[in-house]
Design a protein around this ligand. Structure first.
Ligand SMILES: *Cc1c(COP(=O)(O)O)cnc(C)c1O
Length: 407
């Protein structure tokens, strides 16, 4: 057995990481040991305000009592079965998702498949679209749908895709937000249009007004499924249960993951209307998907968002944060809804901003060399947001100075 890491410095832990883990992510920026609320601590005892939330995952922050209770109680009662059997949390979670998708109109008419991650949810949805008897899928440039072969085929970034070609084919990429380009790409042979209502990995690019509605009518014209990937923007992150609800458009397929489990791995495919019954026995499966512990975690997340009024909180705090960030002249644009926030910097110094923020005790993320993304826990407080806004100009000063010094 290996020796423990708990009394080691960050440098020691990161050194051991480098020797023992595949180099898929590059060297880790920190070795973290503990979290509470929206704060995490590293192996040297330094605290950071976590404004990335595990990439839009830690909906309730770290070590939330409701999640700890749900997960430990469920693990102590019934932790894993298999999909030969079902459990209360699984059924309750599926019903809750349908109820939230339906909103005021009552539960959505649909069915849920539970998986373990975002890419896996998208993989299931991709297979579902093949059951229409069609294979063509239209997706957007800048879109990100995951790293497994199917989801990767739908992902726009060439550097992610090309080393793994050939991938499942018959995929057309169109510029995001351009309804005319979408209309030109979709035919009577198109199985699905797959879009993120807000493109997260691209740096929080919001669908222009009317775009999702145009996608709905283009899909209807051709008997094509409309599939929204809400893996990043769903489950309260933008101040709505699901971001597409802002448009009033009803999709045929919705995929969820990241924030759904609040840090416990889970993904979901929701098929609405005719999409509910396209996958039939033998078509798809998973060993872990829908296990009682993951479902209990997700139910705790959904219940707490509701009981603590987090949708309203997220809407108000997001507006406050965006206004504060936009007040800085070195920020040229701020985008997003709720607590999914992207901003453009006047110069390509995003890497230096991430480092300067970390030195100042804040975790932020750079989706591109000119963009910063924030996706903090939904429980981030106003005081925490204000502390960051107060330090933000100094972080930019440090980043600009470091970028100049580095050439
Ligand atoms: C993160 C993400 C995925 C992939 O999720 P994983 O859990 O990393 O597999 C898919 N779609 C979107 C929109 C995402 O942001």
């Amino acid at each position: 057995m290996s020796t423990q890491t708990q009394d080691q410095t960050q440098e020691q832990v990161v050194g051991r990481y480098t020797d023992a883990l595949m180099n898929t992510f590059g060297p880790p920026k920190l070795a973290l040991v503990r979290g509470e609320g929206s704060t995490v601590w590293d192996a040297d005892g330094k605290a950071y305000l976590d404004l990335l939330g595990g990439i839009a995952v830690n909906s309730l922050g770290h070590a939330h009592p409701a999640m700890m209770k749900a997960v430990t109680e469920q693990l102590g009662t019934l932790g894993h079965i298999s999909n030969f059997f079902t459990s209360g949390p699984q059924v309750e979670l599926a019903e809750t998702l349908l109820a939230l998708l339906g909103g005021d109109a009552g539960p959505a008419q649909g069915k849920v498949f539970l998986a373990n991650s975002g890419t896996e949810a998208n993989e299931g949805a991709f297979k579902l679209t093949r059951r229409t008897g069609r294979t063509h899928v239209v997706v957007a440039e800048g879109g990100f749908h995951g790293r497994t072969m199917g989801a990767l085929a739908l992902t726009s970034k060439a550097a992610y895709r090309e080393p793994f070609e050939p991938l499942p084919g018959d995929v057309t990429f169109v510029p995001y937000g351009d309804a005319e380009a979408l209309a030109a790409a979709v035919t009577d042979e198109t199985a699905a249009i797959c879009l993120e209502p807000i493109q997260g990995e691209a740096g929080v690019v919001v669908a222009p007004d009317g775009y999702l509605a145009a996608a709905r009518s283009i899909a209807d014209e051709h008997g094509t499924l409309l599939w929204f990937d809400e893996v990043q923007c769903g489950v309260g992150r933008t101040g709505l249960w699901f971001e597409h609800q802002r448009s009033g458009v009803v999709p045929d397929v919705v995929t969820l993951a990241k924030g759904l489990g609040g840090g416990y791995p889970i993904g979901a495919v929701v098929g609405l209307g005719r999409a509910a019954d396209l996958l039939q026995p033998g078509n798809h499966g998973t060993t872990f998907g829908g296990n009682p512990v993951a479902c209990a975690a997700a139910l705790a997340v959904l219940t707490t968002i509701e009981s603590d009024g987090l949708l309203e909180h997220v809407t108000g705090l997001g507006e406050h944060l965006r206004a504060g960030l936009a007040a800085e002249p070195r920020v040229t644009e701020v985008r997003g809804h709720g607590l999914l926030i992207g901003l453009d910097l006047a110069e390509p110094v995003a890497a230096a901003v991430v480092d300067a923020a970390q030195a100042a005790g804040y975790i932020v993320n750079m989706p591109t060399p000119t963009r910063i993304r924030l996706a903090p826990p939904l429980v981030l407080t106003r005081a925490e947001a204000d502390a960051f806004l107060a330090d933000w100009p100094g972080i930019l000063d440090a980043a600009w100075a470091a970028a100049k010094a580095g050439g």
